[in-house]
Design a protein around this ligand. Sequence first.
Ligand SMILES: [Zn+2]
Length: 480
Amino acid sequence: NINSTKYLFRSAAEAGPHDILKMYTPRGNITNISPNLEPNSPTSCYQLEVVAADCNSEPLGTIAGALGFDLFSMEKRLQGLEKKILLEVGETPAVVYEMKREVDSFRHKLESVEHLSWLGLFKDLSDGTHKPSPFYHKRSLHKTREECEHVQEKFLQMRSLEVSEEVRQYLKTPTFDNWSWEDAEMMVLLQLMFSDLDFNSIFNIEADVLHHFLFEIYRRYNNIPFHNFKHCFCVTQMMFGLIWLTDLRSTMDTIDLLIMLTSAICHDLDHTGYNNAYQINARTELALRYNDISPLENHHCAVAFKILERDECNIFRNVSMDQFKRIREGIIRCILATDMTRHNEILNKFKSIQPCFDFSNKDHTDVLMMILIKVSDISNEARPMEVAEPWLDCLLQEFFNQSDMEKLEGLPVTPFMDRDKVTKPSSQTGFIRFVLLPLFMELKNLFPCLEQHIIHPVQKALDYYTEMETALERENQNQN
Ligand SMILES: [Zn+2]
């Protein structure tokens, strides 16, 4: 009961019973109303803001109508339901299932909307401008046709250009700076990776098909802060770098290298910016489809093979049946390995075979391939600070978007995503110490040459964030 005397609210004093309010902590962060809420004090108060006035009136009614909901009748039915449950304790009325279905469908619509924007939107609509759907943000999640056409055109102009030897070599190093390249240029560089590893000639990949494939990949990465096409490029570029630095061409089959590079390209396809925990807690369509088992990774992989089903995009269309079978198995294994909940399982497997690692043993190379894509996936901190730090900002932005949505929907909030609990350095020190370094160290044990390339920069990043963390703590103490 937000009107209880326990809480004193500044502003929003004029709010009525049918208004929608946002609540902020004294620090200005949006928060969830819960029994665990700290009480107000005379010096620090929660703040309420009216984001939609009188929800029974026309504007919201119109929105609900556009979505296929009749709020008023839903309310009535809810009342009826409550009565029914009171009368027939022990029996679940059918109407409960019906309403659950409606709520699920509403949630599904919400999911595809960028964080909080739907709340802000209510204000826009109340000024009389008519929009067919309040959830137009759904469109901005996926790339627009104009955006794709623009990049496609640029890619077409550039794809036959010669890339200098300098860039070719630079592309093989973890110091590569993605921020100075445009999307179309990154597509040219991905194309270059295929030809530099001789994939085009060995697997008879036609230039046009590779071009269509890469463009479709570009198109199916969404406009979200972190898991976007630039992330796809970075992971692939790190994989490419690792292949060269560890000279895998002399120890592994080319088909395995093809599997690793393609897996990296496809590993986050159609990511919506909400992780598996969210998918499962919110019971999204993906969680339902994959029974809560790595819903996202399963989806990324399925989207990849959907793209490959189209003949003009199928870079594997000239390989033998047996080769395709091996490629498909390998890509599925690699992409599913990027689910971080399987981190320890995969790392322990690698640790156990490491002392007797044998490149001619398929079981061993299968694990190595999973380790390599995992390392590439979380390798931002192995990059120069000026490349890595903006990535951390992107990641936190995506995390905060999710936790804000979780608060709005009353779902459990993932602690490391909570803007009230996480700071930039605190998010990194633990992650680097307990997840990143142990993984990278194991790979370095197999390939000692990697020390300078991936271990040193990560240690430098750890020092940097540890220092920043102490400075922040000192600052907080001083304030207290
Ligand atoms: Zn990823």
